[in-house]
Design a protein around this ligand. Structure first.
Ligand code: SAJ
Length: 418
């Protein structure tokens, strides 16, 4: 059987590799010539544990090839990005262009699966009509389904195989046909449902997390107002068997949690009140953190502040949509600060302001602000820090350091007294 995967990014490329490893004849399609050339040499353009080895092997065996143009196949999988417009509505242009790109190669009986995260009803209201315009009866000639990905970067190859998959068909037969494709590679459950249910369940997974983080962030603000330690409150409340308050922090970043809830808000604005408010609360955190930094340094003339961590979460190198970047920009805009920025996972070319080494950053600093929970920060040495800094004060917004509070003063989000 032959599979044509459109979009060779963080999802499409590992998915192609896994189908190829399972014995399928896979054609990967991407608009970037660079990606295609690299892949045909057995090399990859993204970082993911274990992926280089598998790709090299399947390309050598001739099971995976890449091209800028699709070809006829039995199964088509669309895994292109769905970014967000300035006005916070979903941009499904890439899904539309991918659907149009495969249309000339489709035959009766083909399975067409969209893995990209899409607003509810996109399969029924956008994808199916495009194919109908091409002359297909989308209820009979083709099997159309949405099968959202749910993998966590860094664990993609494991989670692609082991996670439960939701397969939403535009008809029950389409769900079954598409589910059978995944059953060849997935060891977890593969559950069949309607397209719109699959679309909503993917969006609600990330929305659930975003809303819960907003609750934790709101608790942090309330605690600050009331003079309570939010982290202690969370620890104790979570002793209840049915309570799991998430962790407050400097904001929510990345391409999923900070984006997907808007896809629901867009389609049901009147109703999606809590979801929208949660986005607003999480978006307010960089400003909240900056205000706290201001308070902690209010008495100094030109406070020297060292920012530790820029990525949107710990132990990754991804700074896109990171709240830490927003905080750095706000601090840089305020000419009061003598700011140094340190992140052992980030390269200078990823950002527009200068990065410092650990030593440069902490030397004579009045305050260290931790914005990412990298392992390097969890194991910071308090004695060393205190000896290098001018005043040994740390604001740990991720509550991740294990510093001895006899050597340094450590503030956290939600325990800075008013
Ligand atoms: N965060 C908090 N407090 C918490 C947990 C997270 O502030 O208690 C922040 C993180 O620091 C980060 C953001 O939330 O800035 C998102 O991080 P994350 O680890 O929750 O998730 P992502 O965006 O890397 O990946 C998510 C995952 N979804 C869920 O866990 C429900 C992943 O399984 C999805 O495949 C992925 O989104 C996606 O592609 O949609």
């Amino acid at each position: 059987e032959k599979i044509c995967v459109v979009g060779l990014g963080y999802i499409g490329l590992p998915t192609s590799a896994i189908f190829a490893r399972a014995g399928y004849n896979v054609l990967g399609v991407d608009v970037s010539e660079r990606v295609i050339e690299k892949l045909n040499r057995g090399e990859i353009h993204i970082e993911e544990v274990g992926l280089p080895e598998i790709v090299k092997q399947v390309v050598n065996e001739g099971k995976l090839r890449a091209s800028v143009t699709p070809e006829e196949a039995d199964v088509f999988i669309i895994a292109v990005p769905t970014p967000i417009h300035e006005d916070l509505t979903a941009n499904v242009d890439y899904v539309i262009s991918a659907t149009k790109a495969i249309a000339p190669y489709l035959k009766k009986g083909n399975i067409v699966i969209v893995e990209s995260t899409i607003p509810p009803r996109t399969m029924d209201d956008v994808v199916a009509p495009i194919l109908r315009e091409q002359g297909f009866d989308t209820e009979k000639d083709l099997y159309l389904a949405h099968c959202p990905e749910r993998v966590l970067p860094g664990r993609i190859l494991i989670e692609l195989v082991e996670n439960t998959r939701i397969v939403g068909g535009t008809t029950p037969e389409a769900a079954k046909q598409a589910a059978d494709v995944y059953r060849k590679i997935v060891t977890g459950d593969v559950i069949e449902t309607e397209a719109v249910t699959a679309e909503m369940s993917k969006l609600m997974e990330n929305t659930f997390r975003d809303v819960n983080i907003a609750l934790a962030n709101e608790l942090a603000k309330i605690s600050q107002r009331l003079g309570v330690d939010a982290h202690k409150v969370i620890e104790l409340a979570n002793k209840h068997p049915r309570v799991n308050i998430h962790h407050p922090g400097p904001g929510v970043g990345g391409h999923c949690l900070a984006v997907d809830p808007y896809f629901i808000v867009e389609k049901a604005t009147e109703e999606a009140k809590l979801i929208k408010l949660s986005r607003d609360i999480n978006n307010s955190m960089p400003h909240f953190v900056t205000t706290q930094v201001h308070r902690l340094t209010a008495e100094l003339d030109q406070p020297r502040v060292a920012v530790f961590g820029l990525t949107y979460k710990g132990n990754i190198d991804d700074v896109r949509e990171s709240p830490a970047l927003e905080i750095v920009e706000m601090l840089l805009d305020n000419k009061r600060y003598d700011l140094k920025v340190y992140d052992p996972h980030v390269q200078q070319e990823q950002v527009e302001f200068p990065l410092s080494s650990f030593e440069e950053a902490v030397k004579d600093a009045h305050l260290v602000v931790v914005l990412a929970d990298h392992n390097e920060f969890k194991s910071l040495n308090g004695e060393e820090l205190a000896s290098l800094m001018r005043t040994p004060v740390v604001f740990d917004t991720k509550n991740c350091t294990n510093l001895d509070e006899e050597q340094l003063t450590v503030y956290r989000i939600g325990n800075l007294m008013n």
